[in-house]
Design a protein around this ligand. Sequence first.
Ligand SMILES: [Fe+2]
Length: 153
Amino acid sequence: MSPADDPSEDLEVRRTVLDEHDELRRQLDQIDACLAQAAAGHGQGFVEARQRFHAMLVFFLGHLDHEEALLTPLLSGCEAWGPVRLEQLLLEHAAQRLEVAELAALDTETSANDWAVRMKQFGISLRIDMAGEEYDFIHPNALPRHPGPAPLR
Ligand SMILES: [Fe+2]
């Protein structure tokens, strides 16, 4: 089997993206926990939520770049509407980059409550987007060299 036919390469991409999504979910959970503390009247919870958001932002932007680097060659060569799916991924990432930039800018320009609500909305939206990516782009049945049916995880 030549390297170009090796489905393990696609599965490695899949594993990498899933691992990064898991890390993002873990960081979103931490931010949610801080916001819950803030809502309960613990002022430090909000400060910590914003600190954790900025840490998550660095990881998230790196993830978008990494995901594009991994999936562009994979989807470009995929017969099952790969280029169309790649275009969708890039559009989705562009919208996410804009959304986090707006969220980061809100830090000093709006009230803590406004930021908290936007942050919660972003977290929900990001979780939905990641679930969609896992189904549309890296599910084994969606990969160009897929090794056959497999569970989602
Ligand atoms: Fe992603």
